[in-house]
Write a protein that binds this ligand. Structure first.
Ligand SMILES: [Zn+2]
Length: 247
């Protein structure tokens, strides 16, 4: 507490000038200056620390934002395998959390990565649904075709004559039921072409050149169908090697 050196009035706290006569008290001024210096000395390291923390937060946010953008840019190339989309969203969320904690702004890169990931993620959902629908339709188509073939085969009954149409129906039904050459995804079988002629020897028969496209090969594959006659004609096996009917 200081009193005015001129008029003796009590100076208010935190002031060095008399409210009555306007005289500045040298002692009060020194005291105020000393207080200010002490406060600054205490605050300086805290301010410095805050600056460092802010810089670290900024760097972490930048790093997370960079990752979000990187995965976001990659995500359209992996539309049917959406892990970059997931990583981009995770990185974006991390960047946003760090930015909030550190009191820094979320970089645009994080937002761009996030939106790219969302669009790609949506693309994945569309792609997935389209594949499901396509597989469903393929299976429906094959099932319908198998019903047709079963009718043709039933109409032939136990006839001992294995003509080309009968052999083709038996062969196609066998391929669509059991698959071919390790591929059992019969819904994906396309362009089945019963091109070969039937060679019969006693109770057995062979048809080469049954062409079809499967999902496991980009080129058309050629099947050899082996038939046998028991009570009626049936397919003994399908493959790529000769049936060995003998001479
Ligand atoms: Zn005074």
């Amino acid at each position: 507490m200081y009193t005015c050196e001129r008029c003796g009035a009590i100076l208010a706290a935190n002031t060095d000038q008399c409210a009555y006569c306007g005289t500045v008290s040298a002692a009060a001024r020194r005291q105020l200056q000393a207080d200010a210096a002490r406060q600054q000395a205490v605050a300086a390291p805290i301010i410095a620390q805050q600056a460092i923390a802010r810089r670290v937060a900024q760097m972490n946010v930048e790093q997370a934002a960079g990752r979000s953008l990187m995965w976001g840019v990659l995500s359209p190339f992996f539309v049917c395998l959406p892990f970059p989309s997931v990583l981009a969203v995770l990185a974006h969320n991390r960047a946003r959390r760090l930015a909030k904690e550190g009191g820094v702004e979320l970089p645009t890169r994080a937002k761009v990565g996030y939106w790219l990931a969302l669009v790609s993620g949506l693309g994945f959902v569309v792609c997935f649904v389209a594949i499901c629908v396509s597989v469903y339709h393929d299976d429906q188509r094959v099932d319908a075709r198998k019903v047709e073939l079963a009718k043709i085969i039933a109409a032939k009954g136990t006839t001992p004559v294995l003509d080309h149409d009968f052999a083709c129906a038996l062969a196609e039904k066998s391929l669509l039921t059991d698959g071919f050459a390790g591929s059992t995804d019969t819904g994906s079988f396309r362009e089945l072409e019963c091109a070969g002629s039937v060679r019969i020897l006693k109770e057995r028969a062979e048809m080469t050149d049954f062409k079809l496209r499967t999902s496991s090969s980009s080129d058309k594959v050629t099947a050899t169908i082996c038939f046998k006659h028991g009570n009626s004609w049936f397919v003994e096996r399908t493959g790529t090697t000769s049936c060995d009917l003998g001479q």
